[in-house]
Ligand binder design. Sequence first.
Ligand code: NAP
Ligand code: ZN
Length: 352
Amino acid sequence: MYKAKAYSAASATSPLASSTIARRDPTETDVQIEILFCGICHSDLHQVRNEWSGVMPTVYPCVPGHEIVGRVAKVGASVTKFKPGDLAAVGCMVDSDHTCPECQAGLEQFCPNLTLTYNFPDKHLGCVTYGGYSDSVVVDERFVLRVPSNLDLAGTAPLLCAGITTYSPMRHWGVTKGKKVGIVGLGGLGHMGVKFAHALGAHVVAFTTSPGKKEDALRLGADEVVISRNADEMAKHAGSFDFILDAVSASHDINAYINLLRRDGNITLVGAPEKPMPLAAFGLIMGRRSLSGSPIGGIPETQEMLDFCGRHNITSDVEVIPIQKVNEAYERLLKSDVKYRFSIDMASLKSE
Ligand code: NAP
Ligand code: ZN
């Protein structure tokens, strides 16, 4: 065991503060990573504040962070994919059982024995797992991803959650040239959704509540932008979408978007608001439309997404911050005031 520096929350109402945590020494199959950047996902905020208490109650102290990019410091004796000095990345998962049908299909995100990167029982140390708001992490090599060498590292970190969470459902629902695709909510996830839908060749319409994001949405790859609070603008798109990705973090009217789908169109929720949202059955019935959800993506698809980003030179638009600004960043996240992801420069932890 060794000590690592981290930022942790002591309770649902405490700010994140400097602390020291225990990490395991790398086992045979582990990779020890010096963390360079970690993105701030809205899920970090939901969890730190225990907003998902009904589904996954938060255990304190909580060290969030599952958008991790760094450099390999040490590897276990049987590690073959990495050597010290390599770039490496870790997303939302750090372990699974590797034997169930989901794992065998490369869909580890559905494994019944999955271990998430933070706030999950840690079978090595007996406490809970601690995430990437830290200077170091130790992860089984099967959950460590390779980083294309041409990508900016601060902008690569958010690909590990915001990237895969938007890429995976678009691949699943066949987003491609000739499809009309809507992206709802231009935050960390949504702005990646716009980039991917554009790179996959679709006609992309971005839906935002923030008129100030209109120009950005076009620059990010949207063909059209709709201010979703304007009913006339919404009505123009009725019955026309093949696929809509909803990446909104708070309760909102999903029925308004279901009505924009064409026959057999699908809307997938990736946003995970704290409270349930009402659903009007007729919106789905008329038009045989479907509503689904999607969690992150499996390890093979996460590597596919990173390689796709390498080929298309796609990274997240980030505002790089020192860890000392993390509490302020959370408040700004709640006001949709980030373009479009905070990425923490972990070198700032050295002064703690
Ligand atoms: P974010 O950066 O805060 O973006 C959320 C966006 O939603 C905002 O930028 C805003 O976009 C829109 N929005 C916020 N409040 C709204 C409201 N009251 N009404 C309508 N629109 C509103 O968050 P994120 O990190 O992208 O995460 C988005 C959601 O996805 C969170 O709930 C997060 O927990 C969840 N998530 C799920 C997965 C998964 O595996 N399914 C993975 C990661 C995150 P505009 O300003 O454009 O309106
Ligand atoms: Zn996330």
